[in-house]
Ligand binder design. Structure first.
Ligand code: SAH
Length: 355
């Protein structure tokens, strides 16, 4: 018997070689690993009963120490505005996390969480309000995709690592999850359909550049080109300054085959000034980067405001005039508070006695 205190290892924590070793250690031929992977990935198994076509003794032995899915589905909300779906999931140790399915005509994109909470402490972000509780494992990251696939009844075509947490602060688990998601025996989601967004963890950027994952899309959450204002908005900017991040991006630039995207939250009177526009454009030119403007989404207890639509349009046009390709992203599912961790924060607070 398994000691009660040991959590089951999510099967999606294991790559193909590890699944093969596991099969052999349970007295099965190694080809069982591929069969199992078929159930886990193409068939989105979330429960031991979903492995019904595997030999029964094998399935039973597997269930001893391993979890077909380490997360449970708590609730979901469908946006009336754009049909995106937000899932609230719970880990086996009782934490809540959010995963969003964003539907467009040709894509089914999943926005993945990588940590419970976040230690970056960005002033404008609901995810970091209570600090980092823990990292998610590779399996917990991939189990989010299985739930979305299972519930929505369709394959996932694109991944964005833009949910709760800082992906490059949970480096190993995130990279392993990308490699598995990309693998032909698992989800086979092309690198070009995978986006990683970072607040700018310098050693993580340099390491990522050496992974041979050059086709993935890298986004950098720049948010202000002013060292002092950026540090106020993003405390980690005191550790990894904007200058150091831009230097790391410049030095690793040729390893990333695609244009880097600068994410830029427009906050009224703080990041939307003409001087910001000029400095932002200069940085983008040195990196040959494009810009994705994100009008600020209001978060409880935070005093920032979103600029007017005219101001947003003027900022976009101004950047274009400076020669910088610029898009505006209105976050999906605004009516279901899809932006970063807001739903989960409410749930964690509910399940805890008031301070
Ligand atoms: N930690 C990573 C990924 C998570 S957040 C990063 O910082 O890039 C995904 C994007 O949503 C980031 O650009 C983040 O800054 C932005 N974001 C967070 N809170 C927001 C808010 N209240 N309004 C608009 N964008 C927000």
């Amino acid at each position: 018997m398994r000691p009660l205190s040991l959590p089951r290892v999510p099967l999606r924590d294991l790559d193909l070689g590890e699944l093969e070793k596991l099969a052999v250690s349970l007295g099965e031929p190694s080809y069982r690993a591929r069969q199992l992977a078929g159930w886990l990935y193409a068939n989105a198994a979330v429960d031991p009963a979903d492995l019904s076509n595997l030999p029964k003794p094998f399935a039973e032995k597997l269930a001893g120490n391993h979890a077909v899915n380490s997360l449970s589905l708590v609730s979901k909300i469908i946006s009336e505005h754009d049909r995106s779906i937000k899932y609230l999931l719970r880990t086996s140790d009782g934490h809540f996390l959010e995963t969003v399915l964003i539907l467009t005509r040709s894509r089914r994109t999943v926005c993945l969480s990588t940590q419970i909470g976040c230690k970056m402490g960005c002033r404008f972000c609901a995810s970091g309000k209570e600090g980092l509780l823990r990292h998610l494992s590779c399996g917990e990251i991939l189990d989010q995709i299985a739930w979305v696939q299972r519930d929505s009844g369709g394959p996932v075509t694109n991944l964005v690592y833009m949910g709760m947490g800082e992906p490059l602060d949970n480096y190993e688990a995130v990279i392993k999850s990308i490699r598995i998601a990309n693998a032909p025996w698992a989800y086979e989601i092309g690198q070009r359909r995978i986006t990683v967004s970072t607040v700018g963890v310098v050693p993580g950027i340099r390491r990522l550049a050496g992974e041979g994952l050059g086709q993935i899309k890298l986004c950098f959450s720049l948010h202000s080109p002013d060292q002092e204002i950026r540090s106020r908005l993003i405390p980690s900017n005191r550790k990894y300054s904007l200058d150091d991040i831009v230097k790391a991006l410049r030095e690793t630039r040729e390893k990333f085959k695609r244009r880097i995207t600068m994410e830029y939250i427009l906050i009224r009177d703080l990041t939307d000034r003409d001087s910001d526009l000029k400095k932002l454009a200069a940085i983008c030119r040195t990196l040959d980067a494009k810009v994705n403007l994100i009008p600020y989404n209001c978060v409880e207890d935070v005093e920032y405001r979103r600029p007017s639509p005219e101001k947003i349009a003027a900022f976009q046009n101004g950047l274009e005039r400076e020669g910088v390709r610029t898009t505006v992203r209105y976050s999906a599912g605004q009516d279901i508070s899809a932006a970063c961790g807001q739903l989960r924060l409410a749930e964690e607070r509910k399940s805890r006695p008031a301070k």
